[in-house]
Design a protein around this ligand. Structure first.
Ligand SMILES: Cc1ncc(COP(=O)(O)O)c(C=O)c1O
Length: 354
């Protein structure tokens, strides 16, 4: 497939790199590609960033048949631009496609298109330390049709936004509320897909937790409401008595690429690492016995997000001494050092762009 490129006539002014937030400023160009049953994926193109005109009956607006990804491009001190494990994001996008009845994309073409888009937008990859260019590949159902079935046509687009440091004031452990009533996902559902409805389903609990003074929701399993699944929209890790534990993937958890990076590094460092079911009772008990050394979330946006306090009904435990744990710091530093080219890449995770 031939990728066409149409450049914007009037580039936007670049934002102040010291004041970048998250998800508000978008670059000059986007990637677009369409799907039709008789043509397959076709007409891949890089063109000026623009609104998508949609019929009000467009299926994604009604039935949520859409999937997306989130990854970042990083600028090294030497000025190179690089991606972190992008093949894994494209593989996960196709896994989400399977679950949502969306036709698969060609992953190697997707990676080439993404690299081309970033090359066109290379001046948008910020230079200030710990900033990056966030990448949002998205696929949506585009048939103008009311009625529940899989769409016949789709749009795949990629947009980019420069984002600021996640921790401008340094790591601060957050307070999390264990959600007893609402669940994010269930076995047999769409929890392991990165699909629109999962995020809509998480909003009410998130809002309630915020109103009660907590930063994130700790999600329990949808059957027994006993086993821990994720925290907010991140995977979660516990360090109990020297062992690094994360819930096993069993269909209702998003298989995070940061989660996998933490597991791989932990094993490489010779730590005791386990992927298994972990109950909220085990965590609370460990907290009460002084064995809950660390808790942290993992995800592309924050890399590692330390937790200082867990509230479950009227039980509350403080994690470690309420400070950021040594392993959270070690994983954060190791992963960001690889991403920004400050350290060697022992696992072959980096894909150079320009
Ligand atoms: C629900 C959910 N869980 C976990 C993650 C972490 O995944 P990753 O490490 O690939 O960013 C994300 C973010 O993509 C997410 O949305």
């Amino acid at each position: 497939m031939k990728l066409s490129v149409t450049l914007a006539k009037t580039p936007k002014p670049k934002p102040d790199e010291t004041k970048l937030g998250f998800g508000t400023k978008f670059t000059d160009h986007m990637f677009n590609m369409d799907y039709a049953p008789d043509k397959g994926w076709h007409n891949p193109r890089i063109e000026p960033y623009a609104p998508i005109g949609m019929d009000p009956a467009t299926m994604v607006l009604h039935y949520g048949q859409g999937v997306f990804e989130g990854l970042k491009a990083y600028r090294t001190a030497a000025g190179r631009i690089q991606l972190f494990r992008p093949q894994d994001n494209l593989r996960r996008l196709n896994r989400s496609n399977d679950i949502l009845c969306i036709p698969r994309i060609d992953e190697s073409f997707g990676l080439e298109a993404l690299k081309e888009l970033i090359k066109v937008e290379k001046d948008w990859v910020p230079r200030v330390p710990e900033t990056s260019l966030y990448i949002r590949p998205t696929i949506v159902a585009t048939d103008p049709f009311l009625g529940v079935r899989a769409s016949h046509t789709y749009r795949f687009f990629i947009i980019l936004c420069p984002v600021g440091a996640y921790y401008p004031e340094g790591f601060n452990p957050v307070k999390i509320l264990v959600e007893k009533e609402h669940v994010r996902a269930v076995p047999g559902g769409t929890g392991e897909a990165k699909t629109l409805g999962n995020y809509a389903a998480s909003l009410l609990a998130g809002q309630k937790a915020h109103d009660a003074g907590f930063t994130q929701v700790l999600w329990l399993d949808g059957v027994e409401r006993k086993y821990i699944e994720e925290v907010g929209s991140m995977n979660i890790f516990f360090v109990i008595d020297g062992e690094v534990i994360t819930p096993a993937l069993q269909g209702s958890i998003l298989p995070g690429i940061t989660r996998d990076s933490v597991l791989q590094l932990g094993r490489m460092w010779g730590l005791k690492v386990a992927e298994r079911r972990i109950g909220i009772d085990e965590v609370l008990q460990a907290g009460e016995n002084g064995k809950l050394q660390e808790v942290f979330g993992s995800g592309t946006a924050a890399v590692v997000s330390p937790v200082g306090l867990i509230q479950y009904g009227d039980r509350q435990v403080t994690v470690g001494n309420g400070q950021v744990g040594a392993l959270a710091k070690r994983f954060y530093t190791a992963i960001t050092d690889i991403q920004y080219g400050r350290a060697a890449d022992p696992k072959g995770w980096i894909v150079p762009v320009a």
